[in-house]
Design a protein around this ligand. Structure first.
Ligand code: B1M
Length: 212
């Protein structure tokens, strides 16, 4: 759909002022919030990622694109979160220590809220001790970790190991995700689940919460 392509292009251009209006237009034209998210906002960020990878654009451009993505997400957020649903349990989420990428993690949080979970978002740069302490104090069933850098992925293993050390492994389940993360890596470090994207993360968390 043309309007979704236009949203993606506007994200690439980093035009935070124009994105909310275009998102509004797409919704008025009866695109679903999920379609606008996938075909507009995420498609735009993926294109930005590719251009950054081949050095066609640089960090300031990426920051502007992220700002534009958030401007669009502000419009979609209330539509993706469903209010007043009975709680399915608490989930602690965060981007792991050393990692400031938070867009994917925030999407996971929004979708989990939409599915009826109480989400305790610890933000980014969260240490293993921080994840486990928060899960304990909030009596969370699941810890969800996001990493976008290969160098920060080992923090996920630290969390899994710390849970085991504190005999919490059976009670508090773990799910990991983020662009460099894979199902194989989840198995390798002993995480309970892997989510390829925010929709799959919700399905896996539902399974984990039911099993815990
Ligand atoms: Co950075 N960055 N970045 N960056 N950045 C990447 C990740 C990179 C792949 C770019 C590249 O080289 N092509 C590269 C990492 C290389 C690597 O380690 N393999 C990179 C780099 C190198 C860096 C810096 C080191 C650059 C520098 O300073 N020289 C630096 C590091 C900062 C730090 O974290 N310490 C840096 C900084 C930044 C910005 C601050 C400018 C900005 C982040 C802004 C923000 O998040 N607030 C940024 C961005 C935006 C990107 C790219 C372009 C886009 C990431 C994104 O938001 N994608 C990214 C390139 C890319 O990924 N292609 C890149 C959209 C988002 C919706 O996707 O987060 O993957 P994603 O989430 C997906 C799934 O992965 C999944 O669901 C989402 C979709 O539904 N998912 C989960 C995510 N978390 C999940 C958790 C789950 C389940 C699923 O369960 C709990």
């Amino acid at each position: 759909m043309e309007i979704l392509k236009q949203i993606a292009r506007t994200i690439e251009e980093g035009d935070a002022a124009a994105v909310p209006r275009l998102v509004g237009e797409a919704l008025a034209a009866e695109s679903s919030a999920k379609a606008v998210l996938d075909g507009g906002l995420i498609a735009g960020m993926n294109a930005v990622g590719e251009k950054f990878r081949v050095h066609e654009i640089f960090l300031p451009d990426v920051l502007l694109a992220a700002k534009a993505m958030y401007a669009g997400l502000d419009v979609l957020k209330p539509l993706l979160e469903r209010a007043g649903v009975a709680s399915r349990g608490r989930v602690v989420i965060g981007s792991v220590q050393g990692d400031l990428h938070d867009i994917g993690k925030n999407l996971v949080g929004i979708m989990l809220k939409g599915a009826g979970f109480e989400v305790i978002d610890l933000g980014s740069d969260v240490s293993a001790v921080g994840f486990v302490a928060a899960a304990r104090s909030h009596e969370a069933r699941v810890i969800g970790m996001s990493a976008l850098l290969t160098t920060t992925m080992p923090v996920m293993k630290e969390v899994v190991d710390l849970l085991k050390k504190e005999n919490l492994g059976g009670r508090i389940k773990t799910i990991i995700g983020g662009a460099p993360v894979s199902r194989d890596y989840a198995e390798e470090i002993g995480a309970d689940a892997y989510g390829y994207d925010c929709a799959q993360a919700v399905e896996r968390v539902k399974e984990l919460a039911a099993a815990s």
